[in-house]
Design a protein around this ligand. Sequence first.
Ligand code: ME8
Length: 516
Amino acid sequence: MAEPYYLTTAIHYPNGRPHIGHAYETIAADAMARFQRLRGRRVRFQTGTDEHGLKMAQKARELGTTPRALADDMSGHFKALFDKFEISYDRFFRTSEDAHHRASQALWQAMEASGDLYLDRYEGWYSVRDEAYYDDSEVVTGEGGEKLSPQGTPLEWTVEESWFFRLSRYQQPLLALYRDRPGFIRPESRRNEVVRFVEGGLRDLSVSRTSFDWGVKVPGAEHHVMYVWVDALTNYLTGLGYPDETDDFSTFWPADLHLIGKDIVRFHAVYWPAFLMSAGLALPRQVFGHGFLLNRGLKESKSLGNVTDPGELADRFGVDPLRYFLLREFSFGQDGSWSVEAIVNRTNSELSNSFGNLAQRVLSFIAKHCGGRIEAEAPVTEPDQALRDLVHHACAIELPEAFEKLAFAAGLEAWMKAVFACNAYVDEQAPWALRKTDPARMQRVLATLCGAIRDLSVAIAPVTPGAAAQLLDMLCIAPADRSFAALAHDPAMGPIRVDNPRPVFPRLDLPAEAAA
Ligand code: ME8
């Protein structure tokens, strides 16, 4: 039985349309999900929308609609975007689903049964934008004297009756967790931040609100709704059928990976494991906090007029090039700055001119001059073997090792080096010239290249699924042979057939506004 692998993205606030940061995170998670499937694992991949809380309630009021109508509308935009980007989720989760209310209440009751919930009064700062509480020590004073969070979001002084979670009890268990499982929080810099935060002491956490009702009702105290992060985090359990003892739950919990942005690491690496310990549930294996995307170095915002619709970028540049760009250009744990020039340059130099051109030249030559068939009988020479070894090492070893650590850019760099090596081999072996002088050797060279293109296509499939599938179709590779295990078995490939070759990575033009 294949080893299970459960990964999740954050669930996104549908208080507006999706932005490029949402696309970035979900594309990375999708690449990981596809990668694990190609490694033979039984993958469960969940994404979705986080629909409760004050932020949603306020936005709906501002728009003169209800939170539910806003969530229905915007959640649809997220789903449509993810479908456009070929996100292979198994479950698109919405926290307004009835089953989720029941699951959140079950988790609550489990924490209550452990003696970790008590009723008191909350007095302190709250940021609606972050849906987060801040300690006095974290508050910053703005230029006009206004109180701000460390992220610069506005704070309101909040006083209300509230249920509290005994987070303070979990300081030592959490520190032990970080110590005993050093891979629990990644990358290292985020782990260090969390350890410092927890070492500084933990205060009990306010986990319910009474001033609005758009949320999950607290069992037995129905004028309270749960703090939105309590129900939001529970989504990872509800999607598997919790609290029922389902097969999905026993197969896939604990999650292998929660993939999230750096701004919400505290919720996933401090609150979430504490809730789970309290409820007696197993802890996820890893929380990875990726970096933020900036638009030419700036945060996107309505006031700057630089908000980009990721769907529009996909229409202009193509889904596969955009996915490749986002994972290749930036080191995944760190922030990155993108621009249309960078997308065009990266696509043209690596996908169009290098990989796409290699595949197109080789496959169309075989179609045109060899009747679409190759039976390489000439012996394998040293340069052929060297190329095979290099490509195989990059595709079957270096890229997988890097992807396993979410080092997508490093994995793709190894892949790109193999593409360059193929192009150098074409130049050196000059198969087009061999057609007249040594046709048997020509067949061997073309066969070597087809084997390389097959390996390169399988390895890149998690990142550019559409183009990779087209190339593998053109090479007539059976679906069962499109996996990392197949690469290990057959570095040479048997008789080769090429069907209907066509370019898969057209060159992009710099858009007029960028060229200007
Ligand atoms: O935080 N670049 O939702 P969200 C990269 N509902 N990633 C970014 C980004 C950017 N510019 N901006 C945001 C929430 N993100 C909660 C999560 S999970 C139980 C609840 C990332 O819509 C952000 O870090 O504000 C988060 O991982 C995800 O997008 C959703 O952000």
